[in-house]
Ligand binder design. Structure first.
Ligand SMILES: [Zn+2]
Length: 262
């Protein structure tokens, strides 16, 4: 146990309680998934990366990081390879919304006034939004209308200059980045022992139709389960991505949440 950790679950209850209920306290909730990430990375990439991103931001702005949401909404074929793939273990949308609602209300009960969901799994976003919306409505009806919740996905904080720098051959979009350069580079920087670059399959980005058809046609997903190649991933790129995305998230959160407390 440590009294200085930014991670909630590593603190004792009394230190936690003091930090979360502080007037200027901010708590970040990482939202991940258990989802296949190709033959070169583990199933919990989205948990590890959203938690690490949140940890980096928390150090900068003096926030706490709540224990992560481990499971996520169903993987979509056009952004995560599809929910039919082995290992991918997902929740129904109503369950994700219910978790987001419960956690918002629980942390508010602990005294949190400012909460941020740091999303690391593309498909989670709208369900987290729904849960937060329900919680805010409940808090407002209870007269607690000073509570604020922010939602973001960390890759939206990688700016165009960084994209041009890290993808010199062109960028195909965050949706097909599943298991590609972004996630693999971050993993190589943060958890190199959990990546096996020898297993990476090098192929052009997947081309999927601009619509969905259910049940999915598994043959549309590349055999590796990844939607683009991780061959050009590196730990150096991961370090740049972590630094720039976390700095920019820290700026946005401070802008929204520190300003109105002055
Ligand atoms: Zn992922």
């Amino acid at each position: 146990m440590t009294r200085t950790s930014v991670y909630m679950e590593e603190l004792d209850a009394f230190t936690y309680s003091r930090k979360i209920s502080a007037e200027d306290g901010i708590v970040l909730i990482p939202a991940g998934a258990i989802e296949q990430h190709g033959p070169h990375m583990p199933l919990n990439v989205d948990v590890l990366l959203s938690r690490a991103m949140a940890g980096e931001v928390a150090e900068q702005i003096g926030a706490l990081v709540a224990a992560p949401i481990m499971y996520g909404y169903k993987s979509q074929q056009r952004s995560g390879g599809g929910n039919h793939l082995p290992g991918t273990t997902s929740l129904d949308g109503a369950t994700v919304a219910a978790i987001a609602r419960s956690l918002t209300l629980e942390l508010a009960r602990h005294g949190a006034r400012r909460i941020v969901f740091v999303n690391g799994h593309f498909e989670n976003y709208q369900f987290l939004y729904e849960g937060v919306d329900l919680a805010i409505r409940e808090l407002q009806l209870a007269g607690l209308d000073d509570r604020r919740v922010m939602l973001l996905s960390y890759w939206d904080f990688v700016d165009d200059t960084t994209i041009r720098e890290l993808y010199p051959d062109g960028f195909s979009g965050w949706d097909v980045e599943h298991g590609g350069v972004l996630e693999t580079s971050l993993m190589l920087h943060l958890y190199p022992e959990r990546v096996d670059m020898e297993q990476v399959e090098d192929f052009p980005p997947a081309v999927l139709p601009n619509y969905d058809l259910l049940p999915v046609r598994p043959e549309l997903t590349p055999g590796s389960g990844c939607l683009s190649s991780a061959a050009k991933a590196s730990a150096d790129k991961g370090e740049i991505l972590l630094k720039r995305a976390s700095n920019s998230m820290a700026d946005a959160i401070s802008h929204e949440f520190r300003r109105d407390q002055r």
